[in-house]
Ligand binder design. Sequence first.
Ligand code: ADP
Ligand code: MG
Length: 211
Amino acid sequence: MTDAFSSLPLPASLLASLDAIGYRQMTPIQAQSLPTILAGNDLIAQAKTGSGKTAAFALGLLAPLNPRYFGCQALVLCPTRELADQVAKEIRALARGSSNIKVLTLCGGVPFGPQIGSLEHGAHIVVGTPGRILEHVRKGTLKLDGVNHLVLDEADRMLDMGFVDSISEIIEQTPGKRQTLLFSATYPQGIEQLAARFMRQPQRIELESQH
Ligand code: ADP
Ligand code: MG
């Protein structure tokens, strides 16, 4: 079956997690995007809510991760705390078969102290909202110079919420040589401007879009 996750170049630990979670077949957006994501290319993927975009990028972040380096290697920006929590939960479930992968969420509305404490212990993957992530970057409590993979999840909603300047300032602190993945349910004009500034020859996938 070509839509089996085992047809992808994924480590056995991730295939075991997929099996444990009960994901048997790739969804259409996963089948179309994962070969590109795992090849390290930039991607703009437009697909409606509920199509399985989270696991697509989560596998793309986890497969090349180096658990022995305790700095932030992958950063996921989400519009809201609820979405950040859901994304972190999915990444943690997929990481369960791998050794010692730390996923940290950083969102506003809670004190900085515990977040700074967690950052001092090191996190491989950081998921959060642009406002709070930017505050940590400005304070110097979150270093982005080891970020190899950046995900803009629900990019259309983040633009609607006025996060474009925060997102831009965050991205400018990451290495130019990184993979950038952008997911969106709709395709407003601001997305094209973000892509032109921050993405390198992105592949585009459009599936059952929402209007
Ligand atoms: P999106 O981000 O596109 O809105 P999600 O990543 O939140 O979608 O996934 C929607 C639902 O589909 C979730 O409940 C998730 O657990 C489930 N799901 C994702 N991938 C698969 C799969 N390959 N097989 C079965 N269920 C899946
Ligand atoms: Mg989503």
